[in-house]
Design a protein. Structure first.
Length: 87
């Protein structure tokens, strides 16, 4: 599902809920990934991710996978993906 909603900071749960179509499912995913506790509170890791924009999270995911630098990537909000910058 492509969504252009909730791209800003402190919108992690709302964005994921919009993407998967269900808030309870979004909370379950966040709990499974260690970003939220079962009582609905964000963990330290969750607060750090929530403080990022969708762009920052996408670039961070790409950097973790590749080991390259943040500046090497460009964000596409239509696909919510970060790809290597053309040189």
């Amino acid at each position: 599902m492509v969504t252009q909603e909730f791209l800003g900071r402190n919108q992690l749960v709302d964005r994921l809920a919009a993407q998967v179509g269900d808030r309870d499912m979004a909370v379950g995913i966040l709990v499974k990934n260690g970003l939220m506790t079962t009582d609905g509170k964000l963990t330290a890791k969750g607060h750090a991710r929530n403080a990022m924009t969708a762009e920052e999270r996408a670039i961070d995911r790409a950097v973790k996978r590749s080991g390259k630098n943040h500046g090497d990537y460009v964000y596409d909000p239509k696909t919510n993906r970060a790809t290597l910058r053309k040189r």
